[in-house]
Design a protein around this ligand. Structure first.
Ligand SMILES: [Zn+2]
Length: 362
């Protein structure tokens, strides 16, 4: 393969034995990991792409279209605190102005960090959005990062889409006061209100298990002192679902609950601006072709992705699809993550079949 790096740091290997100028078939995944992560997340999908090219080459198959294998940079957000920046740069799905607001631990912008990388590559910004409408088809193989495939003993899954994510800031405001001299019946404790809200949100998620997940993973309290009744407490609540309707319904219910709870504890509640990314479906034609290729197999199934991926970004302007492989015991983002190599091999064979099927369609 010939290799090129883009202005952000995404790396592409190009296999084009026919010297074709047709739209390429792309594959790959991210090369970065979380801190203290394992060896399989991301890297497996990239190695799968390289292996796919090796299979083509060793079988003497000359694809009609170029094949591009991509190692996406900064998918996990470990450097700039925001995921999928590499694919967003490639797909042009953000703006350079927005990208420049991020800083790494030494205070550098993505542009400054990219300039410090001394590989031969375009100047940061010049090739922004280069992968917009570029691919004839794009396939990302990735570990499921859940337990379903492992439990069901399947080799791989065709991924139908990626869940939508809503993040909302919920702040309860009560009255800070002396923790000793204020009788219990006279308190307006904001942490008491927030705690009840968090438990209510958790129960909602539990009752709707399988349809939605609800997480209050980031909370704060003011003044955060042992001898002061908390005057303010907030949480960033995150909800994910494959159905936009489920997210809206949950938000309606929990908004009402927050009002009821605020009243119970003599608090007011404000529900702040939310960030919302709707669920997406992968390309119907690619999924249809994958189904035909997998017809009669009992070692595969369909899944929805409950984690974000580069393919979701790429899919905005390119036909895209994902293939999941099992994660042993459902572990991911930890050193225990593991996928069996015989199952990876089956998934790579299936990836090659899909790439060749896409290659045929002119
Ligand atoms: Zn990943």
């Amino acid at each position: 393969m010939t290799v090129k790096m883009d202005g952000f740091g995404n790396l592409t290997g190009i296999f084009n034995p026919a010297g074709s100028s047709a739209k390429p078939v792309g594959t790959g995944s991210h090369l970065d990991t979380v801190i203290n992560g394992g060896a399989y997340d991301g890297a497996t999908g990239l190695i799968a792409g390289i292996e796919a090219v090796r299979i083509l080459k060793e079988s003497g198959i000359v694809p009609e279209r170029p094949v591009e294998v991509i190692a996406f940079a900064e998918e996990e957000g470990g450097v700039f605190g925001k995921g999928c920046l590499g694919s967003e740069y490639m797909a042009g799905s953000t703006s350079l102005l927005r990208l420049e607001q991020y800083r790494d631990s030494s205070g550098r912008t993505p542009g400054e960090a990219a300039a410090a990388v001394r590989y031969d590559k375009p100047v940061y910004g010049e090739d922004f959005g280069w992968a917009k409408n570029r691919y004839h088809a794009f396939f990302e193989m990735h570990a499921e990062q859940g337990i379903i495939l492992f439990e069901k003993g399947k080799a791989f899954a065709i991924v139908d889409g990626v869940v939508g994510i809503m993040r909302t800031r919920i702040a309860f405001t009560g009255q800070a006061n002396h923790a000793g001299t204020t009788e219990m019946s006279r308190r307006q404790d904001a942490v008491a209100a927030l705690s009840e809200f968090i438990c209510t949100a958790y129960s909602y998620g539990l009752v709707n298990n399988g349809k939605i997940v609800v997480t209050n993973g980031k909370i704060g309290v003011l003044p955060n002192q042992h001898n002061v009744i908390p005057g303010e407490a907030w949480s960033v609540m995150e909800m994910r679902s494959d159905s936009e309707e489920e997210i809206r319904k949950a938000m309606d219910v929990l908004r009402k609950e927050a009002g009821r709870i605020a009243e119970k504890y003599g608090n007011t509640v404000s529900i702040g601006e939310h960030a919302y990314v709707p669920p997406i479906s992968f390309d119907r034609d690619l999924i249809g072709a994958a189904d035909r290729l997998a017809a009669g197999r009992d070692d595969m199934m369909h899944l929805f992705s409950w984690a974000g991926h580069d393919a979701k970004i790429i899919s905005k302007t390119n036909p895209a699809m994902m293939i999941f492989i099992p994660s042993k015991d459902g572990y991911s983002h930890c050193p225990e993550e593991y996928s069996d190599s015989s199952q990876i091999a089956k998934a790579v064979d299936f990836l090659v079949l899909n790439m060749l099927e896409a290659d045929k369609c002119i």
